[in-house]
Design a protein around this ligand. Structure first.
Ligand code: HEM
Length: 447
């Protein structure tokens, strides 16, 4: 999985509940997107135990399928295993993920049912490695792993400054400066055949610089040809953090019993990143205390630090999660977008015309290109929830507390998208009197 964060993707425990004769709400949607709500007797649905799926072995579950002699690899879990299993078992299957039962659903209308039953405090499946390392260090669990009222409190503080378009537009100028530096660096690094060596690494630095400028209000200098040792350390440790987290998430869990080398690298990278993020935050606190920063400036970090209902630890971990959550995602999203435009020159031309045209326009084609790229190259395996209510998915009883994973599979199936392998941003637009050629809940890159 490219982006293990919003880290909360996998695992939870299915609680055994007495579900006889319960009524649950199922929501079905038509192709036009209007929702018809109907009540289904839970008892009439097929029992949970009848959901098909691969046969789990004791202790390792279905991890054997990803071992060298098995049919899949962890690296191709999304593009190979998920599509293969959908063909084999249909639109719902169950298999343990790391020894815990999980249900995979593919049909958009079941995904809709799951999300619409989510409530205002959705239970995102916590990521064990993060929970462990933070508990060990006595730190806040962070947005991705917090639950319930605690999550709601921190989330509503943070999202005020990072999710609202009006607030985000305040960062526009800062981000523009970083983008200009990036373009300048690309010009310098361009070699004779028109390529930039190790382009992904350069994009990674741009993402790091952009996110840190917002989350830490600090320019790291990673786009300078002479990057300092601290910045190098942030880059190396973010890589190590993600790589080891991926391995731990899909491992058989030996690190829970003994301290494996992967676990030690994970703990070390988490600790180093924490220290490196703490430094600029403490420097800002110092400036606030000295009265040298105007709280009215309303910058992200200063504003969060000034709030009474959010602790220093919460601010620290929120900045940490914005940085670790923002770098890999933004890097891969940009690279896949550039790839699609490079391989579809006529679409690139159309987008270019929009970008150099009237900048007050809504940039509809740009949005369509981004959405189409997310459809073709989703950055995560899928979304996940630990259900808070009993529900019926795909005709089966799903008791409250079940981990439901919605892998990004419908987005590439011909029954939902014509020419599913083609990059066609136009499908997201109502152009020339045509209807949008898409249905809801088929592409949910951000859940
Ligand atoms: C660009 C592509 C991105 C994708 C595809 C993506 C995907 C996701 C997904 C699927 C979730 C889980 C949401 C849920 O379960 O409801 C998530 C959560 C999160 N993401 Fe991203 N993300 C992206 C970019 C970013 C960026 C740029 C940042 C930070 C600057 C970020 C920070 C976070 C945080 C902090 C969470 C946890 C939120 C919470 O649990 O309340 N992500 N992301």
């Amino acid at each position: 999985m490219a982006h293990l964060r919003g880290y909360n993707r996998v695992i939870g425990i299915v609680r055994t509940t007495n579900w006889t004769n319960r009524k649950v709400t199922t929501i079905t949607s038509t192709r036009a997107g209007d929702h018809v709500v109907k009540t289904t007797h839970y008892a009439n649905a097929r029992p949970f135990k009848e959901i098909p799926g691969p046969r789990p072995l004791p202790v390792i579950g279905t991890a054997y399928e990803y071992l060298p002699f098995g049919p899949y690899t962890f690296e191709t879990m999304y593009e190979h295993a998920m599509f293969d299993k959908q063909k084999k078992y249909g639109n719902i299957w169950k298999e343990p993920m790391l020894g815990r039962p999980a249900v995979f659903v593919v049909r958009p209308k079941d995904i809709e049912t799951m999300f619409r039953n989510d409530g205002n405090m959705p239970k995102r499946t916590p990521l064990d490695a993060i929970t462990r390392v933070r508990k060990m260090a006595g730190l806040s669990l962070g947005l991705g792993n917090m639950q319930g009222k605690e999550w709601r409190r921190v989330r509503s503080s943070v999202q005020r400054y990072v999710l609202r378009p009006k607030e985000i537009s305040k960062f526009h100028q800062d981000l523009d400066v970083v983008a200009e530096d990036f373009i300048q660096l690309m010009k310098e690094l361009l070699v004779e055949n028109g390529e930039v060596p190790d382009f992904q690494n350069e994009v990674y630095k741009w993402a790091l610089e952009s996110v840190c400028f917002i989350a830490l209000e600090t320019r790291l200098g990673s786009l300078s040809p002479h990057m300092d040792a601290n910045t190098r350390m942030i880059i190396d440790n973010t890589h190590a953090f993600f790589e080891t987290m991926g391995k731990l998430t899909y491992s058989a869990g030996l690190h829970k019993i003994i301290s494996t080398p992967t676990w030690r690298t994970f703990v070390k990278s988490h600790e180093i990143l924490y220290r490196m993020i703490k430094k600029p935050i403490d420097a800002i606190i110092h400036l606030i205390n000295e009265g040298k920063i105007d709280k009215g400036e309303k910058k992200f970090l200063v504003t969060l630090l000034s709030m009474e209902d959010i602790s220093y630890e919460d601010v620290m971990i929120s900045a940490y999660e914005l940085i670790t959550g923002g770098i890999e995602t933004t890097t891969h999203a940009l690279i896949f977008n550039l790839y699609n435009l490079a391989t579809n020159p006529e679409k690139q031309k159309k987008l270019h015309e929009e970008l150099v045209g009237d900048t007050n326009q809504e940039m509809r084609y740009l949005k369509a290109c981004i959405k189409e790229t997310f459809r073709l190259f989703p950055l995560t395996l899928g979304n996940t929830r630990d259900t808070s209510k009993d529900m019926v998915l795909c005709g089966y009883q799903i008791p409250a507390g079940t981990t439901v994973i919605t892998p990004h599979v419908a987005n590439k199936l011909p029954e939902y998208f014509h020419s599913p392998d083609e990059f066609l941003p136009e499908r997201w637009l109502r152009e020339g009197g045509m209807q949008r050629d898409t249905m809801p809940f088929t592409v949910l890159p951000l859940s």
